[in-house]
Design a protein around this ligand. Structure first.
Ligand code: PHE
Length: 457
């Protein structure tokens, strides 16, 4: 066991920015805009907001509370609060394993974003004036036998470099710089997009509700995405919560982190769709939206492909990196807290292991595209296993744990430490108790069964 005094975040803002950095990621900028587009625009946004409030907020508070009360990694936290119960230790371990698995494929996409910064900066986008050309370029890059591995390694190295330096000097310091940069970049891109002639149709696409698309299916997509987007269900927020001091108000932090995450998802749509419409491209291309349509949009934008293309992929890379830090931190904290290994060694060894597991993921679009498990490539299998199984399961279990096993009373006491002066604490506490015990678990079970294809609507 590690005997040293636990490191704490230097400031409340540093903690909020780091946790928001974890939450704001590829899920916000790459995935949210296209699933909102596919599922009814503003109507979907409304459903998403409901999911954030009814499930996202309560579960995030659970994670922060479990982390802060034990000051441990997920395995240690569950273990302490359950009096070393083997089952709950395993649940914590599942979180650590999820962090490991998610980072191995997340960093592959992170590597693409780094490569695309270079493509933008070297003027490559100016030659990709149609979506077909842009798509051909994307397939050529992602199918290459070694470049995706090189950039994947580079992405991991950046995460290791940060986590290696510790919570304050690494994660907090970088998030303090990168997150404001992300907000500024996003605002610049929005102003550029909405002032293009013809951008109005794109704004309408995102904001005009189509209530016929509000189906149970859309609801479940929204809930599943809320989980991934808020980094819930695998102990990232337990780990970040474990570095928070008792004097901080966790209610407020939860509201800030979820609020910033949701805002960035909406703003990303506002930076993307108006530009796509203004240039006259099809917005409904789904997952390929960013790599297929956007380079071609940048190629035609007044102001040049160099500038806008590069800025956009810098934005995406920052978002991916700050999420990558939290994924690596979960794995690192486990070995530091439970095994007492030194952080600098653990972060490097974990980074190498994740890099190696990521190699088949990086090759899933080229040389290894025919290697399949249940009809899914290595990349898709890991994505499916984590997003559709491990995260919802982890989320369900933390609700059961806080709501029924550890108990809402000690959980609320912890949540209220540091919130002494806050008004309406009693009402919030009662609402939280009800949501965590009943609403969130039921909602998560529904998503779970749906995403496994065991129920359909
Ligand atoms: N929330 C991140 C995103 O939206 C992904 C993530 C999931 C990060 C789980 C950490 C833990 O991209």
């Amino acid at each position: 066991m590690n005997q040293e005094k636990r490191e704490h975040w230097k400031s409340h803002m540093g903690f909020v920015l780091a946790a928001a950095g974890s939450a704001i990621g590829l899920g916000n900028i790459w995935r949210f805009p296209y699933i909102a587009g596919e599922n009814g625009g503003a109507a979907f946004v409304l459903l998403y907001l409901i999911c954030i409030v009814l499930v996202g907020l309560p579960v995030m508070l659970c994670e922060f509370v479990v982390g802060r009360s034990t000051e441990k990694d997920p395995v240690g936290a569950y273990s302490d609060l359950s009096r070393r119960n083997v089952f709950w230790r395993l649940v914590g371990f599942m979180g650590v394993a999820s962090g490991f698995l998610i980072l191995s494929y997340y960093s592959v996409v992170g590597g693409w974003t780094l490569a695309y910064i270079l493509e933008g900066a070297t003027g490559r986008f100016s030659q990709l004036s149609s979506p077909d050309l842009a798509w051909g370029n994307f397939l050529k890059f992602t199918g290459h036998p070694y470049w995706p591995i090189v950039f994947h390694g580079f992405f991991i190295a950046l995460c290791v470099g940060t986590v290696h330096s510790g919570v304050r000097k690494g994660i907090e310091r970088w998030c303090d710089i990168l997150m404001p940069a992300l907000f500024v970049l996003l605002l610049i891109l929005i102003v550029r997009a909405v002032t293009l002639p013809g951008a109005r149709a794109g704004v309408a696409f995102l904001l005009k509700p189509d209530f016929s698309k509000i189906t149970t299916q859309a609801f479940l997509v929204a809930l599943g995405h809320a989980f991934f987007s808020l980094s819930l269900g695998m102990g990232a927020m337990i780990t970040y919560g474990s570095y928070v001091e008792k004097k901080e108000n966790l209610w407020k932090a939860t509201a800030w982190v979820a609020g910033l995450d949701t805002m960035v998802a909406l703003l990303a749509g506002l930076a993307i769709f108006p530009a796509v419409f203004a240039i006259g491209f099809d917005p409904a291309v789904g997952p390929g939206l960013i790599f297929k349509v956007l380079p071609a949009v940048f190629a035609r934008m007044p102001g040049g492909a160099y500038l806008w293309g590069t800025l956009f992929f810098v934005l995406l890379a920052i978002a991916a990196l700050t999420s990558g830090f939290s994924l690596l931190e979960v794995v690192t904290a486990y070995f530091v807290d439970e095994k007492g290994y030194p952080r600098h060694k653990v972060s490097i060894i974990a980074g190498i292991a994740i890099f190696l597991l990521g190699i088949p993921c990086a090759l899933s679009f080229g040389p290894m595209q025919d290697v399949k498990f249940f009809n899914r490539t290595v990349f898709d299998s890991l994505d499916f296993l984590t997003s559709n199984i491990l995260l919802p399961l982890g989320g369900l279990l933390i609700c059961i744990f806080a709501g029924w096993v550890w108990g809402v009373k000690p959980a609320l006491e912890e949540a209220n430490a540091g919130a002494e002066g806050m008004r309406c604490k009693a009402v919030l506490g009662a609402a939280w108790k009800f949501l965590v015990r009943y609403v969130s678990p039921v909602a998560v079970v529904l998503v779970f069964l749906f995403s496994l294809g065991l129920i359909s609507f």
